[in-house]
Write a protein that binds this ligand. Sequence first.
Ligand code: IMP
Ligand code: MG
Length: 177
Amino acid sequence: MADKISVLIPEEKLCERIREIARQIEEDFQGEPVHLIGILKGSVFFLCELAKSLSLPVTIDFIQVSSYGDGMKSSGVVRISKDTDEGLVGKNTIVVEDIVDSGRTLSYLLKLLKERKPKSLKLCTLLDKPSRRVVDVDVDYVGFQIPDKFVVGFGLDFAQKYRNLPYIGVVEPGGTE
Ligand code: IMP
Ligand code: MG
């Protein structure tokens, strides 16, 4: 049976909000360069849109961690499978994430990246599911707070599928078409 997907946040709304976040970042950094670290793979679409909207000098790097299997449940275990290419010393670093759920991934990553002595370290997420939080994390920039629903699109996947949907949709696996 095909998965049923219904639109939660349309593309226009996403892009409009991302431009607002970019203005906020520009205000906070006042012309200083920012170093974006995208958490692979989910943040890629968001990071591209954000980077294009920023009128500051921008550099980009990626890190990959795994805290999820192919399903919808967190395993609680966070592991680095691809580290950043560059160091963070003296850089205004912004970690870019697709969604904060339990908070485990970001809380683990933050501790690790702080030890690398960035000039500043901020967190930016497209989506936030506050009702699911297990570990406290201070997120500096949030696109949208969403209810406790499993979402896909704009980089987010369900078993590696649907990342390329241009909108955020709620997925109900195996629903009838
Ligand atoms: P956390 O460590 O529990 O905060 O998990 C965050 C990660 O879980 C995100 O980067 C996503 O990869 C994944 N995740 C959490 N909720 C969803 C969802 O609704 N759809 C797709 N992936 C999700
Ligand atoms: Mg992710």
